[in-house]
Design a protein. Structure first.
Length: 283
């Protein structure tokens, strides 16, 4: 039989789903998970699945102590935590794995995307007792374990180590975040800048006071950047995704940031018309 799943809102402090402030909420988002577990019964919870930094949901970084408090609750009830590192893993956030920013230890990790450098491969890492619980050959299928792609994955990991790309992502990410936060302070339509390493989100708004999502503003920025030679996309309708390759040359990164900054300012100053809205698609 299929297992039922229950979704819990991610801790999105800029737009707290509970309508609270980070300074006074006392981690109510963790209490919400605890209440849900108590309601359904911990014996009925197979696992909790989460991202260390939410990806397609808008590059959302959780509050610092969220995962350690969540881990305490799960450990108390013997509930495993499965961490989706498909986007955050292998150096993207300035650590080998995104969870390493937050001081907790997952029971299972999933990997994909960058692992194969563009070729299709995924992987599951987990506690020995969990991995050994699989029946023999339960993971053996005709199209699994392609030796060529497995070799590419091994070489990818080797190159990340040799070129110190994890540290590079951390260093470049600090530079990008610093610049974009200055831009946030200057521009009325930039509501929030957040991220880890080279996984960064820039949230556009109508104005900073209301925080109304800037859906049209995002489309206009994407279009203007395209006209100036930069491809950028948005998530959740209004969050620009800044995720360049870990190997990007610094002068190319600088050029891209210059174009992005100009595009945002052009939109803010009304230099991009509504006629472009029908030309842009995203999610």
């Amino acid at each position: 039989p299929w297992l039922k799943s229950v979704k819990v809102p991610y801790p999105y402090c800029y737009r707290c789903p509970l309508g609270l402030s980070p300074k006074s909420c006392r981690m109510s988002c963790v209490d919400r998970v605890k209440t849900l577990i108590d309601k359904v019964g911990p014996e009925n919870v197979v696992a909790l699945i989460t991202e260390p930094v939410q990806g397609d949901g808008g590059i959302v970084v959780p509050p610092e102590n969220y995962f350690t408090q969540l881990e305490n609750i799960l450990r108390k009830h013997g509930i495993p935590m499965i961490v989706d590192e498909v986007q955050t893993g292998l150096g993207r956030t300035g650590r080998w794995f995104g969870y390493q920013h937050f001081g907790f230890r997952p029971d299972v990790i999933t990997l994909g995307k960058p692992l194969g450098s563009g070729l299709p491969i995924s992987a599951i890492l987990g506690r020995e007792d969990i991995m050994n619980s699989l029946p023999d050959f339960a993971y053996s299928f005709t199209l699994a374990g392609n030796p060529l792609i497995a070799r590419v994955a091994l070489r990818t990991i080797q190159l990340i180590k040799e070129r110190d790309l994890v540290r590079r992502a951390e260093k470049l990410g600090e530079t990008v975040l610093s610049r974009l936060r200055r831009l946030r302070d200057e521009c009325s339509i930039v509501g929030d800048v957040r991220g880890k390493g080279l996984m960064i989100g820039l949230e556009l708004v109508k104005d900073k006071e209301s925080r109304v999502r800037g859906f049209e503003e995002a489309k206009k920025v994407v279009w203007r950047a395209y006209e100036l030679g930069l491809f950028v996309m948005f998530l959740s309708g209004n969050v620009l995704r800044i995720q360049p390759p870990l190997t990007i040359e610094e002068d190319v990164l600088e050029e891209g940031l210059n174009i992005l900054e100009r595009s945002i300012k052009d939109v803010e100053e009304g230099r991009v018309g509504d006629d472009v809205l029908a030309k842009v698609r995203g999610w």
